[in-house]
Design a protein around this ligand. Structure first.
Ligand code: AOF
Ligand code: ZN
Length: 349
């Protein structure tokens, strides 16, 4: 039943911002057409959704004969917690329904097999697209072996992201800036190029009273020319500076060398994936964003267009795709682009 899986997806979302690099997972236990138990993966390292749903019952014996709706295939491996498939195999629901098979190579169908081997009926693909969209970061990391990449920039009505002297104050309004902080809180990391760090001096933290952890800050500074006084280097939040000069780890600030003679962004993606980073919010500047667009290594773009005009300046990046959505945010216009098969596409009307 779609409505039960819809509810499981809703529960899964409660884990947003708390479970990465694990996927968000929700679980609903249904008997005689009624929900008798619910749970979700609440915290990285904590119990999985199925365990929490079973714990919500008065007696775990109630699982017998039920239908369990779980957004992702129950796991089959001993990770930080024992296998959920073993738990369900023991408790004997009649049927287990999932949106998606777990792409984690440690699971990848083995969870479902454990269930069918003990005679539990299994069904996959219910609200499949919704399940993929929910965990687009996790699916991208597992199948493409890189973090999910979201580009963001603000442009003037006449298509500039900064003046010729790189200043960019007041392109977008207060509502857009608040939304950007919400976006930051949803991702594992935020990346900026050298010029953006130098001229904007961004703090790249999460403000506006938005709940959520501060993402990892990442800055590119080939020859270590940026001033140590920039907010990025204040040690208030974990930060990595990719450069050619030194490897050094301090409190909340790491310098890591990469090979700048070769394409840099793929190296950054690889290094971040190794650290368990499943998403990157790229906040500029133009050079970096254009490189990423050119290489096709992006999944979403969120473009704010303000009412001001600069007449001349630094041109905004361009995307040769039809927008997937567009909306007003205060005085500004937000245009969304999707380049990922895991993001739901517009239905065509
Ligand atoms: C499930 N239910 O709620 C989640 C699953 O280290 P662990 O033990 O937390 O395992 C993490 C892996 O388990 C993760 O990479 C993914 O494959 C799966 N996540 N599985 O049955 C859940 N969160
Ligand atoms: Zn599990």
């Amino acid at each position: 039943m779609t409505e039960f899986m819809q509810r499981a997806l809703e529960l899964a979302l409660k884990g947003q911002g708390h479970v990465s690099p694990n996927p968000m997972v929700g679980c609903v236990i249904v008997k005689d057409g009624e929900i008798i138990g619910e749970g979700w993966h609440e915290k990285y390292g904590g119990p999985h959704a199925e365990v929490n749903a079973v714990r919500s019952l008065e007696d775990e014996a109630q699982v017998e004969g039920s239908t369990v709706y779980v957004t992702l295939e129950p796991c089959s491996h001993h990770g930080k917690t024992p296998p959920c498939a073993d738990l369900l195999a023991r408790l004997k629901p009649k049927k287990v329904v999932v949106c998606n098979v777990d792409p984690n190579p440690l699971v990848a169908g083995r969870g479902l097999k454990k269930l069918s081997d003990v005679g539990i009926e299994v069904e996959t693909g219910l609200l499949e697209k919704e399940g993929l969209a929910l965990n687009k970061r996790f699916f991208t990391a597992m199948t493409k072996k890189r973090p999910y990449v979201i580009l963001k920039w603000a442009q003037t009505e006449d298509g500039f992201i900064a003046r010729e002297d790189y200043t960019s104050k007041w392109i977008s309004g207060e509502n857009s800036r608040e939304l950007v902080h919400q976006y930051r809180a949803e991702e594992d990391s935020i990346l900026v190029g050298t010029n953006t760090a130098r001229y904007d001096n961004p703090s790249l933290n999460v403000r506006f009273d938005i709940e959520g952890k501060d993402p990892l800050r990442i800055v590119i500074d080939r020859n270590l020319e940026l001033s140590g006084d920039l907010k990025l280097f204040d040690g208030s939040q974990p930060t990595i500076c990719y450069n050619t000069q030194k490897n050094e780890t301090g409190k909340n600030l790491e310098f890591k060398t990469l090979n700048f003679e070769e394409e840099l962004f793929p190296q950054i993606l690889e290094n971040l994936l190794q650290r368990g980073i499943h998403s990157i919010f790229v906040e500029g500047g133009r050079f970096l964003i254009n490189k990423i667009i050119e290489a096709g290594l992006w999944d979403e773009a969120r473009v704010f267009t303000g009412k001001v005009k600069f007449g001349k300046g630094i041109e905004a990046p361009k995307i040769n795709l039809a927008p997937s959505a567009s909306m007003d945010i205060g005085e500004d216009r937000l245009t969304l682009y999707s380049n990922s098969e895991y993001e739901k596409r517009p239905s065509g009307h």
